[in-house]
Design a binder for this molecule. Structure first.
Ligand code: GDP
Ligand code: MN
Length: 383
């Protein structure tokens, strides 16, 4: 999960990384209120999950309420590389002597974490990386032993940071590593990490990507989920703990496992149909999960037929079948269903499904046959 800058800064603050006081705003008047609370001068910043906001006119300094109004009105609704700005972050402005760059990320190839520091941070970091990669010092961090002060010092010296900034940057790097490691992030990046004229080191931007596989131990991450950015179907699916991908065809797809879900989409396409969505119900599909999945698919107005493709492993065929039957009692399904059940106890499962009205549900022995049937029921193949 990618965080917005203001969320990233909240995360940084928990680990003691110095960030500025500020507030979020969805309207011009809220921006003024946030500015009054933060104290002038302020910086008004577009909250979109894409870099280069500064160059796109999404980051503006304001000396008073009138300027905040002007900039906030300009930035709200601004399209930055396809992301329309709906929210602002307004913080007390910082005086900048120098801009640095600092990050930790995962280097999968090296099976290690990668720390990067540069004395040439700011809006041109991409150019620096391309034209003068030597200007970014890199250090691999063994996840088993972690990152210590000695390594932080080595990085800071190699990056050629001035004496006055070193102590402060070393401190921020140690905190940033904790944020990355204990905070279960895949990426933490500060650009710019600034040195102020009075010698303080301060994070002016925050880019954080959290590792979704660790979400189970971070109930507090729920607050970061930008539910507004999801469409209605995805919201419903997520609230039921299902993995859902919305598409724009007519066949609704339920499968167990992301791989099978995707190959089901391919087969539907192959026989001339088009998927409306796909839903991965995962490994232990029981009646409850199946009923939830059907409920989500059923709420999608694009769906003309539903293709349930289950290859039983741990998930047993008769459990899936019982789930479908139970779901039919609970949810009023508007579209005809085609089921392909294979693997563990598939035979028993198909037996159970014979009890369902064939006008509502039919079984097909192979994925291809089932796909053809589902596409036919959805109104036939594309011309
Ligand atoms: P980005 O362009 O999306 O990376 O947005 P940033 O948050 O990094 O802001 C872009 C640039 O705006 C920074 O590199 C700074 O030069 C400038 N900037 C951001 N905050 C402040 C601030 O508080 N004071 C000053 N003087 N400049 C700022
Ligand atoms: Mn930045």
């Amino acid at each position: 999960m990618d965080l917005f800058e203001y969320q990233g800064k909240q995360y940084f603050a928990r680990y003691g990384i110095p960030v500025s006081a500020g507030g979020v705003a969805d309207t011009v008047e809220e921006a003024v209120a946030a500015a009054e609370a933060a104290g002038y001068p302020v910086v008004v910043k577009a909250q979109v999950q894409v870099g280069g906001r500064g160059k796109a006119g999404g980051v503006k300094l304001a000396a008073d309420a009138a300027e905040v109004r002007l900039h906030a009105a300009d930035i709200i609704g601004l399209d930055i590389k396809g992301h329309v700005v709906r929210r602002l972050w307004v913080e007390h402005a910082t005086d900048i002597a120098e801009e640095y760059y600092a990050s930790f990320t995962l280097d999968r190839g090296a099976k290690a974490h990668l720390a990067m520091v540069s004395a040439r941070g700011g809006v041109e970091i991409e150019t620096v990386a391309d034209e003068d990669p030597e200007a970014i010092s890199r250090l691999h961090v063994d996840p088993a032993t972690g990152f210590d002060e000695r390594q932080a010092r080595e990085l800071v010296e190699r990056a050629g940071l001035p004496e006055v900034a070193r102590e402060g940057v070393v401190e921020v790097l140690e905190k940033l590593y904790r944020c990355y490691e204990e905070g279960d992030a895949d990426l933490v990046e500060i650009n710019p990490l600034v040195l102020t004229p009075d010698g303080r080191v301060h994070a002016l931007d925050a880019k954080v990507t959290l590792d979704d596989n660790a979400a189970f131990r971070h109930p507090e991450w729920d607050a970061f989920r930008d539910i507004d950015e999801l469409d209605e179907r995805e919201r419903l699916a997520r609230s039921k703990g299902l993995q859902y991908v919305g598409l724009d065809g007519t066949v609704g797809i339920i499968a167990n496992g992301a791989g099978l879900a995707m190959s089901t989409c391919d087969v539907v396409n192959q026989v001339g149909g088009s998927p409306a969505n796909f839903l991965d119900i995962g490994g232990g599909a029981n009646a409850e999960v199946m009923a939830n999945a059907l409920e989500v698919i059923n709420s999608d107005p694009l769906v003309r037929s539903i293709f349930i493709n289950i290859f039983g492993g741990i998930t047993r065929g008769e459990e899936v079948a019982k789930g479908i039957v139970a779901a039919l009692e609970r949810v009023d399904i508007g579209s005809p269903m085609v089921v392909r059940l294979d693997g563990t106890n598939a035979e028993e499962g198909r037996e159970i499904l014979l009890g369902v009205d064939p006008g509502r549900l039919v079984s097909r022995p192979t994925m291809l046959e089932a796909a053809r049937e589902a596409v036919a029921l959805a109104g036939g193949a594309r011309r």
